[in-house]
Ligand binder design. Sequence first.
Ligand SMILES: C[S@@+](CC[C@H](N)C(=O)[O-])C[C@H]1O[C@@H](n2cnc3c(N)ncnc32)[C@H](O)[C@@H]1O
Length: 512
Amino acid sequence: MSEWSAGYMAEIDYTYGYYAELNPARAKLALLQAGLHAPEVAHACELGFGQGVSVNIHAATGGTQWAGTDFNPAHACFAQELAQFAGHGADLQEQAFEAFCQRSDLPDFDFIGMHGIWSWVSDANRAILVDFLARKLKPGGVLYVSYNTQPGWAAMAPMRELLALHAQTMSAPGAGVLSRVNNALSFAQQLLDAKPVYALLNSGVADRIKTLQTQDRNYLAHEYFNDHWQPMGFSSMARWLGGAKLQWACSAHYIDSLDAINLTAEQSALLAAIPDVNFRQSVGDFCVNRQFRKDYWVKGVRELGAAERLQRWRRQGFVLVKLREEIDLELTGRQARMNCNAALYAPLLEQLADHEVHTGEQLEQALQPHGIPFDELRHMLWMLCVIDAVHPAQEAGVTEQARACADRLNACLLERASDASAVSCLASPVTGGGVGITPFQQLFLRARQSGMTQAAEWGQHAWRTLQALGQCVVKDGEALRDPAANLAELQSQAEDFAARVLPMLRALRVAP
Ligand SMILES: C[S@@+](CC[C@H](N)C(=O)[O-])C[C@H]1O[C@@H](n2cnc3c(N)ncnc32)[C@H](O)[C@@H]1O
């Protein structure tokens, strides 16, 4: 273990993920849906930003000044490099929480986010984070925090301990973390093959180990092999954060708002009879056997009046971030599936199909001939956000101001499109966040960025890139061996990209 890492996994770098929950614009909509006030976010902070993909996308696309830290120098270096290219001026440091949180030159924050931190640090670090929230999160400010919770980890927790123990005691000290992870997983399988009573009584564990075998080893090292690993029940979390005067506001996982597909009628009735907000959350976690929570907490929760709530929905802009023909109106909850009525949603999707920003009010007016009451429209917009087809949009002025920065960041991300550090989204100054994009689409955009104007050339560029990496296209589960077939397939995908996807990416200001 490195001395500076305080038991945190530092031998191997973390993944290059983007986490939309850290987008203040997305938090604002979740709070509005919950009927709560959200602050204007001028200053935001991400604690433990990992490779810094999220913080860079948010700093490059919103009107927010970001600060943040991650004590892993490789992570901080990558994040700083992106920040320098983008030129958004975020203050991204390589300090441990202990040092960063004591800085006297930081502003007070309207939004603080920590994704994948809380469960993997020591109690001493948790105390530092809570003290920081108490001092530096403004009244009315929002915290986004995700963490492993109970009772969902009850069965697997002893197995995770055994995996970590195996890595500490059974692998040679110089073996390297990947080899320790692989050895521990093999041992877990050996143990399961010996049919221990533990596995017979906890039947889900064998499946979990199977799933782990298929997962990214860098992710597994950070998730399972830290010295500190503490799933925490909601009530304990509420006690910790209560120390910073934070109150739970709503889930950051939009689909959690839909009781009809997550709970049985009996469970809903049981929860409805519980007046205490926190106890209700704890019981809800038992109903769904939750193992990971993503929540927004607010320092001083305030309810919006009914009129103000409606006014905010009318003023809010929305934008379609998926191709209309690819939108699946089915939602899968913990208990049930539901289909949104396609005929009912058709006129709304028609309005949104240009991928431009439409406010609630504009949509209300446009849909008047269809007799859709505003309350229903509001619900439909929320459902489209839940399925991630629609994102809340920022004010036009913020978008315009952020365009140059977002362009620079995207150009820099596209340069990495075929590297290990490739990301799966690009920055949209319209939404203030990331928009999903496939590896091939990134290669097409990169070709376009380098001056190629024809889709056929983009296909050629993609094929040259794949060839250099010794890779080929996989179509319908089959690897294409013939170079001509690869080129033809990539050129056909590039044509389709130019015709259907590029206009959307341009509307979202992801592509110039
Ligand atoms: C599981 S990763 C999550 C990274 C990022 N939030 C994400 O979700 O992609 C946890 C991160 O916290 C950082 N970290 C852990 N303990 C820390 C500490 N005491 N001070 C600063 N950073 C820390 C690690 O270096 C790592 O990058």
